[in-house]
Design a protein around this ligand. Structure first.
Ligand code: NAI
Length: 463
């Protein structure tokens, strides 16, 4: 094989594999190094894809048990076959990772199997399973090594009783009592899965609200909804220790306000307190500059401090740790390397929590606008008054549109709805085009759809 490339991408997650495909499509001779057996990174193998498979299956199970009968769909006794549910999840992961393999072949991308390290500014060395090293010369390197779960001081993740999301998507039995540390994206999505499958779930969150960074109206309403579903919350609580005794875990935590100490015993503990950039010693040694959170510093062209070495995705100091942000950066950097004008608009990156109902946001929250001293107006519309949501018994949640007080330009949207994750695309598009709330209000929306609530909220901006 000719060992000279135009681009070598290190990591095949949503950032890396998309970057490799786009680079190849633009005529660059491209290779992608991956240390996992399968392509796709965290998202496809142990993140978005398997968790969404379990969210979907567990929701079906829940609906079959609790809702079908009301609709006149009578079934026998509904039984959970967890190992089949897990096999179905594994099948989805396999199909999608194979799909990337196919795309690599189709686009003539060289798949380098092993651990990639930057041995010089124009050289990537790949170490395979047997320890054999081969070096490849390249004009450009793109680092897309993603992120890894973090834990808390003194808490050891064994992936059996004290687990990260990786363990929590592969339990062999439904835990009777599950403690989730962290009320963020991962904590709440996986709480939903196991609650629906029968666990008693308690979420312990350090702050006084769940989903930090989201609009306060949303986080308050969302917590009420999850509470109603039977998920317990201990807010303002700092976990001080987790110990494992005879296949059980004991979690100690202290209330930040009252200093009251509590202890709960459970079968499994999920630690979901965030993720950190996946920077190994090779990257640290390479002289690439990191910021104070140990993320790679890049400029607006995704260049690191070393010429011709770029970085994208969770590993960089820009934007949220989200798969679709990484994908857009992957395309942008490929276009920049090919001499085009790649660009990512960080003001319009949607975020979705795939619970039931879903939570979705794009743009700024009310709290952010207050901090930035920007004057705004708000339009809100509840799904209780949306006909399609009523028909489907999906009346929880609302749409909240925030627009500039003077210009009416949409600055941010937050919503809770059964189909919020799909509906948020309309608002992201509107914001990309610089739409006003009136533009949305005057756009014809099909009836009866959940999307009519978006139009109604846009109309409510101007009362
Ligand atoms: P997160 O940052 O979303 O939430 C972590 C939570 O843990 C926060 O609420 C934080 O206040 C809390 N916490 C921190 N220290 C604590 C302590 N000592 N005791 C109790 N609570 C504590 O992180 P998460 O959920 O682990 O997700 C990691 C990343 O993965 C996020 O950046 C997220 O964007 C991404 N992700 C996105 C998903 C999606 O798009 N649907 C799904 C899953 C993950």
């Amino acid at each position: 094989m000719d060992n000279n490339f135009d681009v070598i991408v290190v990591g095949s997650g949503p950032g890396g594999y998309v970057c490799a495909i786009r680079s190849a499509q633009l005529g660059l001779k491209t290779a992608c190094v991956e240390t996992r057996k399968t392509l796709g990174g965290t998202c496809l193998n142990i993140g978005c894809i398997p968790s969404k498979s379990l969210l979907n299956s567990s929701e079906m199970y829940h609906k079959a048990q609790k809702e079908f009968n009301n609709l006149g769909v009578e079934t026998g006794k509904i039984k959970l076959n967890l190992s089949k549910m897990m096999s179905n999840k594994n099948k989805s992961v396999l199909t999608l990772t194979k799909g990337i393999e196919f795309l690599f072949k189709k686009n003539k991308i060289t798949h380098l199997k092993g651990k990639g390290s930057i041995s010089a500014k124009d050289t990537v060395t790949v170490t395979d399973n047997s320890g054999k090293k081969i070096s490849y010369k390249t004009k450009n390197i793109v680092i897309g090594t993603g992120s890894v779960s973090t834990s808390l001081p003194g808490i050891k993740i064994d992936e059996k009783i004290v687990v990260s999301s990786t363990g929590a998507i592969s339990f062999e039995k439904v835990p009777k009592d599950l403690i989730v540390i962290g009320g963020g994206y991962i904590g709440l999505e996986l709480s939903s899965v196991w609650k629906r499958l029968g666990s008693n779930v308690t979420v312990i969150e350090f702050l006084d609200h769940i989903i930090p960074g989201m609009d306060k109206d949303i986080s308050t309403e969302f917590q009420k909804i999850l509470n109603k579903q039977g998920i317990n919350f201990k807010l303002n609580s700092n976990v001080t220790a987790v110990s494992v005794v005879k296949n059980k875990a004991v979690v100690d935590f202290t209330n930040n306000k009252s200093a009251k100490r509590e202890r709960i015993e459970c079968d499994k503990v999920l630690v979901a307190v965030g993720r950190k950039a996946n920077i190994d010693e090779d990257i640290s040694r390479s002289g690439i500059k990191l910021d104070n959170q140990k993320k790679i510093q890049v400029n607006e062209k995704f260049e690191t401090s070393i010429k011709n070495i770029y970085a994208i995705g969770d590993v960089i100091n820009k934007g949220p740790m989200l798969a679709h942000k990484a994908e857009d950066e992957g395309i942008a950097v490929a276009e920049i390397i090919a001499g085009q004008a790649g660009h990512v608009n960080y003001d319009v990156i949607p975020a979705v929590i795939y619970t039931s109902p879903e939570v979705a946001t794009v743009g700024k929250t009310e709290e952010q606008l207050q901090k930035e001293n920007i004057k705004y107006k708000i339009g809100k519309f509840p799904f209780l008054a949306n006909s399609r949501a009523k028909i489907n018994s999906e009346t929880e949640g609302f749409v909240k549109i925030i627009a500039d007080e003077k210009t009416d330009k949409v600055l941010g949207v937050s919503m809770i709805s059964a189909v919020a994750g799909t509906m948020i695309a309309e608002l992201a598009l509107a914001m990309e085009f610089g739409a006003s709330a009136e533009d949305i209000a005057r756009t014809c929306h099909a009836h009866p759809t959940h999307s009519e609530a978006v139009k109604e909220a846009a109309m409510a901006v101007d009362k």
